[in-house]
Design a binder for this molecule. Sequence first.
Ligand SMILES: *Cc1c(COP(=O)(O)O)cnc(C)c1O
Length: 395
Amino acid sequence: MKKPVILGGTPAFSNPVFISRPMIPDKDELFSELEKILSSRWLTNNGKYLQDFERELTKFLEVDYCSVFCNGTIALQLAIQALRIAGEAITTPFTFPATIHSLYWNNTKPVFCDIDPLTYNIDVTKIESLITPNTTAIVPVHVFGNPCDVEKLDQIAKNYGISVIYDAAHAFGVKYNGKAIGKYGNASMFSFHATKSFNTLEGGAVTSSDASFNHRISYYKNFGIMDEEHVIGPGINGKMNEFQAAFGLLNLKKIKNENEKRKRLTKVYEDSLRNIEGLGFQLFDSAVERNYQYFTIRIDHTKFGISRDELHVALRQENIVTRKYFYPLCSNYSCYHALPSASRDNLPEANRLAESILSVPLYGDLNDDDVMKITECIKSCQHHSKDIKGKVKQV
Ligand SMILES: *Cc1c(COP(=O)(O)O)cnc(C)c1O
């Protein structure tokens, strides 16, 4: 078995292997499109490429309406605003800061709900006890592309007359029970950031089944301008430009292949790491068509031998860059930790998960041997856990 670098071995990789590597279009094709955009001098503002991209995305995501934005965060903020969310919104602390900040920017108080320790999504059995007369929405996250309990959420929303806005940043192309993930709830936000499986450098989209809502967010992203004579509301600049849209149109041709590669690599990870004492995987329902956005492992340090943090440090020395997504928990940020719902007592599962989760490298350009090397390093860290424990404290 390999000797970990932290105990004097040689690194598994000579250059850092990052957690993700963005998918890029064929360069010749891209440059030829950019050339056309430059010649046309139509660089932004509902140009040809943006219109084509919105149309192709609507088809690909199998939704009724899709509006694209300069990034996912602005897209989510505007979706929340266009649905007139105010007062309180119930959400998960186990997410990226943008989810909670989007509520803050809409003057809406986040009410944190604990998560399910197996799926990592909002625990739907705990939502109703958090609903008050001020609750206007639920903002759940399809964590790592794993669909929430969408049917139960839909039912709760109907019973209480509140909205559901999904942060589907990780869930591009995911389906549940054969139905596209972007068709659930009042609206869903997708992120096309460079770290996401499908990217437009920066970018995002909002999908929905409501034509008037889609019109509203489309005006909001262009300062609220309806036409030359009318500005219908205090909008903002949330527009995607023509370069990004061209990039997205070309990447859309490659995403199926990218997902296939990620699926194969995920199987290599799972087959190699299954049945390791103290190491667990996120639970996906069999009705889920996955997109393999991330591969995460959960470390139970009492059984695995070393903690998540110790494994993170030991792997870094092998040139394997892992990330503690999502740590720290949003409810523990200084800007939110004073909220009553942010207490650790209210969020035991989310706190435990944030302290034990680790995302490992996953992207289409990796090959099976790379993944095998990564899993060998994880196993050798466990094998040498007693010696590593003492070392990491000195690092
Ligand atoms: C990436 C991400 C966002 C933000 O998307 P941007 O396009 O980077 O603004 C929001 N929520 C989650 C869960 C994310 O992972």
